[in-house]
Design a protein around this ligand. Structure first.
Ligand SMILES: [Zn+2]
Length: 267
C-alpha cells in the first residue's frame, strides 16, 4: 500500500511520535526475524501498560493521559461547538498491526472533521475491547477510535463505545475480513465495498470533550478527545470475531489530575 507508506514518511518528518494514534506505528526497528511489526509493547506481562514508560516516558510521567473515567459530575457546559463531521462512503484497507485491527482510508483527504474552524483529516480507525473510557462508571464491550489529524499535526479522536446488540452493518465487511495474522502496511487488504464512517457515529448523541493523550505508546499528549455519550451496537458474533484476535487491548484508566471536560449538545 504505497500511498499509506508515503503519507507516513512525509508526516514523520514533522511529527515522529504523535502518529501512532492509539496503536498504529511502532517506534522500534524491525526485528531480526524480519517481522514487519515487532511487538515492543503489549497489554499484559513485562511489556504491559505499567511498563510502557520504558518505551516512552510520557506514558508514566504524563499528567494528561487517556483513557479516563468520564462522569456527569465532572462535566462543564460546552464552551466549544460540536465536531462538524464531513465523512462519506470511502474505500478502506484493513491491517492487523499486532495491537489492534485498523482501517485506513484509501483517500486520506476525503474525510475530515472541523473543530474550532480547523480541518482534521481521518487517518484511520481502530478498535479496543473492552472500552477504554468509562461513562458514569460503565464500561462498554468495545470502543472505536476515529483518529483525525490537521496538516500541522494536531490530533482529534472521535470515540464511540459499543455494546452487544444488533449487528453493525457499517462494519460488517470489516469484521468478516479482519486478517487473523499480523500484517505489515504493505500487506493491508482492501475491505469489500465502502465504509461511511459517519454512520458509525450515534445520531443525536451529546459529545464529551477533554484534552488527553494517545492510549498507546508513545502516549503523546495534546490529543483532543470527543467521546460520544450514546453507545452503538455490534452483534455478539462481531464482538467475538474481534475478541478472538484481541481478547483485551484496552489501557487502564488514567488519573484525571486537574482536567475538566465539557459536554457538547447534539448539533
Ligand atoms: Zn485507540
Amino acid at each position: 500500500m504505497k500511498k499509506h507508506t508515503l503519507r507516513i514518511a512525509a508526516l514523520s518528518l514533522t511529527l515522529p511520535l504523535l502518529l501512532a494514534g492509539c496503536g498504529t506505528i511502532e517506534t522500534a526497528p524491525p526485528s531480526a526475524s524480519g517481522s514487519p511489526h515487532p511487538q515492543a509493547w503489549t497489554y499484559s506481562g513485562p511489556t504491559g501498560p505499567k511498563n510502557w514508560g520504558d518505551i516512552s516516558t510520557t506514558c508514566s510521567t504524563g499528567t494528561a493521559q487517556s483513557p479516563i473515567e468520564l462522569t456527569r459530575s465532572m462535566l462543564n457546559a460546552a464552551d466549544t461547538g460540536a465536531p462538524e463531521v464531513h465523512y462519506q462512503a470511502t474505500a478502506f484497507e484493513v491491517e492487523n498491526n499486532g495491537h489492534t485491527i485498523e482501517a485506513i482510508p484509501e483517500n486520506e483527504t476525503k474525510n475530515y472533521v472541523v473543530l474550532d474552524g480547523e480541518k482534521y483529516y481521518l487517518q484511520q480507525f481502530h478498535l479496543h475491547t473492552t472500552s477504554e473510557h468509562t461513562i458514569d462508571g460503565t464500561r462498554a464491550d468495545l470502543e472505536l477510535h476515529l483518529v483525525n489529524k490537521t496538516t500541522s499535526g494536531k490530533v482529534a479522536v472521535l470515540a464511540v463505545l459499543f455494546n452487544s446488540g444488533q449487528a453493525n452493518k457499517t462494519l460488517a465487511n470489516l469484521f468478516k475480513e479482519m486478517p487473523d495474522q499480523v500484517t505489515g502496511e504493505e500487506e493491508a487488504d482492501p475491505v469489500s465495498g465502502t465504509i461511511n464512517p459517519a454512520t458509525l457515529l450515534p445520531t443525536g448523541s451529546k459529545v464529551i470533550r477533554y484534552e488527553g493523550s494517545l492510549t498507546t505508546p508513545p502516549c503523546s499528549e495534546g490529543v483532543r478527545w470527543n467521546v460520544y455519550e450514546t453507545t452503538g451496537q455490534i452483534s455478539a458474533e462481531q464482538l467475538s470475531a474481534f475478541e478472538k484476535l484481541y481478547p483485551r487491548n484496552a489501557r487502564p484508566l488514567q488519573k484525571l489530575n486537574d482536567r475538566t471536560a465539557t459536554e457538547i449538545p447534539t448539533p
